[in-house]
Design a protein. Structure first.
Length: 612
């Protein structure tokens, strides 16, 4: 491998490591994205796989590990013995024959630098320079009944660079082995051996009408291997010839020598590099695909949509809460009527003002005269009334309404793809920071006081023509009794000066006129300044709905803002990671060439499992 090529690969490895480390940190952090368990597990597995591949590439990029994979009795150990020209692996008729993994490697290779699963294999060193860069590993049978063998294969296959899939005339469609092929086909280089070729020459399959090698090629084509490397050999005859030294043995024509040439010279340094790089590129492709599924869309539109949905739900919630508050104010209607009655009479002086003051005190007589609130007492009167109203609402009812509204909002968020766990956490944090933000007794009393004060301001100081009418009525109520009384006084003086003294009838008529004036003004005052609670409660209801909504909506909107901020931050991270990985993937695809292309399954095909 040239220095420039090696440096280029190392540079890409470093970039991939940095990006995958970011992904790992993100997976370990608290995420607001609704990542499915399947995607999370698949991403974790792919990250582990890419880490293994990167470690192998950095450890010794020129050494290729080739694992023999096959079922019981297909001749894996026999083939390894024949290739090594020595009996280094157990072979025979006993099943399963291979009890442990055998690693056939050149003596110059530092096996301590290999991944952990290889270091515990039975080592069989050799001095053949042609196989300096290749390590051949015989594995236990995958279809055996020994659990330790299955666990061993699970450890070995993920760290292999290439797999030599070995079948026989009877077992090239073994389901368990084929399933492993399909699992590792996207990220491992594969070559295929059809052993016991002498038996395959006996005839075609009765069901399919195809020879075993034709049937195997067809299955491989369906699995995505359009031009598979397939060697048809009789391993046993070559073990006898090369290991036992029976030179006069008559050989059945096969591809064993082509397999030897492929291992010794076909898998050159460029091909080894391409196999490793292609495996990394294919694994990157899986990670990029998973990240693409995880990356959320632009979240602002989702925030606006959920915000509008929440506002409608909150309107329904505040309507119920406003009804609860209005019902509680009904119990204080007498105090409220008296309070608003005073507001309408403020500014009325003179005799009529004295009359109203006396009427107000006598009207609310409860064993003793109730003093009129003045000065500072007027400021707290509405707070007192509001507190009494809220005190009458049971805590359980308030809690039920709060929880029902909160659950409704979270249900709507869940329906639109938001993480209710994260939203609940954000809302809980907000409650700890601002505990009065919820509808509790204090906040409800404050809202009710605010809206009652706004209502009393509108009531006492209206705008437009109504304001002029109120001013005119107050002026009339202040001066009309004085005018009538002054007119009576002038008439009385005139009668005195003219010596036409009033009798009882005249005096009674004058007082009756004054009384009628007072009564008429009182009726006018009641008409212009209605003090019945029924006329005010609906106005208060609408104001309470707006007040309650204005209190809670900013808080929930802030929760959406904080959630969106987290989403966009994670989205930015994932987009950046995806961009780095895609760049590295494209560079690997451009530089690997085609020397290893027929070792990998085509990506456009799905690997279908054949029938046994």
């Amino acid at each position: 491998m040239s220095s420039a090529t090696e440096q280029g690969l190392i540079h890409r490895v470093q970039a991939i490591r940095l990006a995958t480390d970011e992904l790992r940190k993100w997976m370990q952090s608290t995420s607001v994205l609704g990542v499915s368990d399947a995607d999370r597990d698949e991403l974790a597995a792919s990250l582990q796989e890419i880490e293994i591949n990167l470690d192998k590439l950095e450890a010794d990029p020129s050494v290729l590990t080739v694992v023999f994979l096959g079922g019981t009795g297909v001749g894996k150990s026999t083939l390894l013995n024949a290739l090594a020209a020595a009996r280094i692996a157990s072979s025979g008729v006993r099943r399963p024959t291979t009890q442990f993994s055998t690693m056939y490697h050149h003596a110059d290779v530092d096996i301590t630098a290999l991944p952990e699963p290889f270091r515990v294999c039975h080592a069989a060193p050799h001095e053949h320079p042609e196989l300096r860069q290749k390590i051949l590993i015989d594995t236990p049978d995958v279809d055996g009944s020994i659990p330790e063998h299955h666990e061993r294969l699970k450890e070995i296959l993920p760290v292999a660079d290439a797999i030599l899939y070995i079948g026989s005339a009877e077992k090239y469609h073994d389901r368990a082995v084929w399933q492993l092929l399909l699992e590792h086909a996207p990220t491992r280089g594969f070559a295929f051996v059809l052993n016991k070729w002498d038996r395959c020459l006996a005839g075609r399959d009765e069901k399919t009408g195809r020879a075993p090698d034709e049937d195997l090629r067809r299955s491989l084509h369906e699995a995505g291997f359009h031009s598979p490397i397939l060697f048809r050999i009789c391993g046993k005859q070559w073990e006898i010839k090369r290991v036992d030294g029976v030179s006069e043995l008559e050989l059945i024509p096969d591809d064993f020598l082509q397999l030897v040439r492929w291992l010794e010279s076909g898998l050159d340094e460029r091909t080894i590099r391409d196999i490793k790089a292609r495996g990394i590129a294919n694994e990157l492709e899986k990670i990029i695909s998973i990240v693409s599924r995880i990356i959320p869309p632009e979240w602002e539109s989702k925030k606006e949509h959920l915000g509008a949905t929440w506002r409608e739900a909150l309107r329904a919630g505040v309507t119920d809460q406003a009804t609860l508050l209005i019902d509680s104010t009904d119990r204080q209607s007498n105090d409220l009527e008296r309070h608003f009655g005073r507001l309408g009479r403020e500014g009325i002086g003179g005799l009529f003002g004295i009359y109203l003051h006396l009427v107000d005190r006598l009207k609310h007589l409860r064993g003793a005269l109730i003093p009129m609130p003045t000065g500072e007492k007027k400021k707290t009167e509405m707070q007192r009334i509001a507190a009494k109203c809220v005190d009458g609402i049971p805590d359980a009812v308030q809690n039920i309404q709060r929880e029902a509204m909160r659950d409704r909002l979270l249900s709507l968020a869940d329906r639109e793809g938001w993480s209710i766990d994260v939203l609940s956490k954000i809302l809980a944090e907000d409650s700890r920071e601002r505990p009065i933000a919820e509808w509790n007794e204090a906040s409800l009393a404050r809202i009710l006081t605010t809206e009652l004060r706004t209502l009393e301001k509108d009531y006492a100081d209206p705008r437009g023509s109504k304001r002029a009418i109120h001013a005119l009525v107050r002026l009339l109520c202040t001066w009309a009794p004085l005018g009538v009384l002054a007119a009576i006084g002038v008439s009385l003086l005139y009668s005195l000066f003219s010596f036409q003294f009033w009798g009882v009838g005249e005096f009674f008529s004058a007082m009756l006129l004054f009384g009628i004036t007072i009564a008429a003004l009182h009726l006018l005052l009641v008409w212009v300044f209605p003090v019945k609670w029924e006329s005010l409660r609906e106005k208060l209801r609408s104001r309470l709905e707006f007040g309650l909504l204005d209190q809670v909506m900013p808080r929930y909107w802030e929760a959406l803002e904080r959630y969106t901020s987290h989403v966009m931050s994670e989205r930015k991270l994932l987009v950046n990671v995806q961009s780095v990985l895609k760049t590295a993937h494209d560079q690997l695809e451009r530089t690997t060439g085609n020397s290893a292309s027929n070792l990998f399954a085509e990506k456009s095909h799905q690997a279908d499992q054949p029938s046994s």
